[in-house]
Design a protein around this ligand. Sequence first.
Ligand code: ATP
Ligand code: MG
Length: 407
Amino acid sequence: MRIVLFTGKGGVGKTTVAAATAVRAAAAGSRTLIMSTDPAHSLADSFDMPLGARATPIADRLWGEQIDAQERLEANWRDIQEFVIAFMNWAGVDAVEAEELSVIPGLDEIFSLTDVKHHVDSGAYDLLIIDAAPTAETLRLLSLPEVMNWYIERIFPVERRVVKTIRPLLSRLTSMPIADDRIFAAVERLHRNLDGVRQLLTNERMSSVRLVVNPEKMVIAEARRTYTYLSLFGYRVDAIVANRIIPPEVEDPYFGKWKDIQAEHLETIKESFEPVPILTARLFDREMVGVELLAAMGVEVYGELDPMAILHLDEPMRVHKRGASYVLSLRLPFTERADLNVFRRADELFIRVGSYKRNLALPQTLQRLDVQDASFVDDRLEVRFARETGGRATAAAGMRTEGGPDG
Ligand SMILES: Nc1ncnc2c1ncn2[C@@H]1O[C@H](COP(=O)(O)OP(=O)(O)OP(=O)(O)O)[C@@H](O)[C@H]1O
Ligand SMILES: [Mg+2]
């Protein structure tokens, strides 16, 4: 079973490339399901046929699904939401306002992703292709399970115990709504679902992300940022698809200048992302809609490559021994040092890059050691751990602490 998720800036051709990949894989013999988690669905437009909220047959071995985000939201969130609304009403928030406030933006997309787990468990497909929303939303969506986990694992067990003991007392003293077992069960179910999805999407043998770009300055800049954040959260990018390249046979002088500009940007794309393979698709002379044209595009993008293969496998995080210390090394390309903050608390390492935060559960070997320093070696962040030695004060782990010689 393989999962390939496509993302990139708005309008670069994500849906088209994802659809072309699905068509190609199905033609090559894989049972393929393409699903979109972007609430602004355009898969049906791309295939030029209606697609339902359940897997709809498109061609031999090919199915498509446009998830009804609202339905998933209600299934996962309704119980919790009712409690939140009741609580806000009790606290004096106007009913309509409470209803509005209980809707967290982006949650519907996240619940759409819970379908991934369902499809993997079903065993009905060899390949799952996800047409995700443009980058910003996708990143939020991919990092949320981890952020929620953090809260749920720490706060809920405590809360639940407390509530169990004081619920009888509370309900006698106040009219405050108190979460009952049904709410806790809903939260736990949600937690399990999200965690399941995260585990699937960060499983390097199963899931890859492909970034779609156009040879344009701003698109590339955003793709680089996306790449950093994806690495931070442990998602593997196995290919970049550069789409809408003006082909050599276009000789109209009007496009001459554009071709030069594109050539330059393609060079930047290569320099930025290699050794990740860069696949290309030309700007076709029409809109690439319908199975036939998508098939042509699939051939163009993949050539002899198997669209289902893991096209590149790099190791975003590893731990190795160096002298008496251990080094945790995390690939974080395109990171400005000034953007980065690392600190450790108990058995967790907190890494902040720009506005994204990640808390890494430290592997066993590192849990008993102290952070000595953190520094950049090429595009890898290296955090050095060692046993605190008697006379020597432990260096604070800040990014301005450059790694000194070992020993
Ligand atoms: N290489 C190409 N040649 C010609 N037309 C293309 C090419 N790639 C995409 N298109 C066309 O560009 C339009 C936008 O593409 P698409 O919907 O795939 O972009 P998207 O990145 O999914 O957009 P959104 O961010 O809105 O989801 C579509 O009409 C599609 O047919
Ligand atoms: Mg799209």
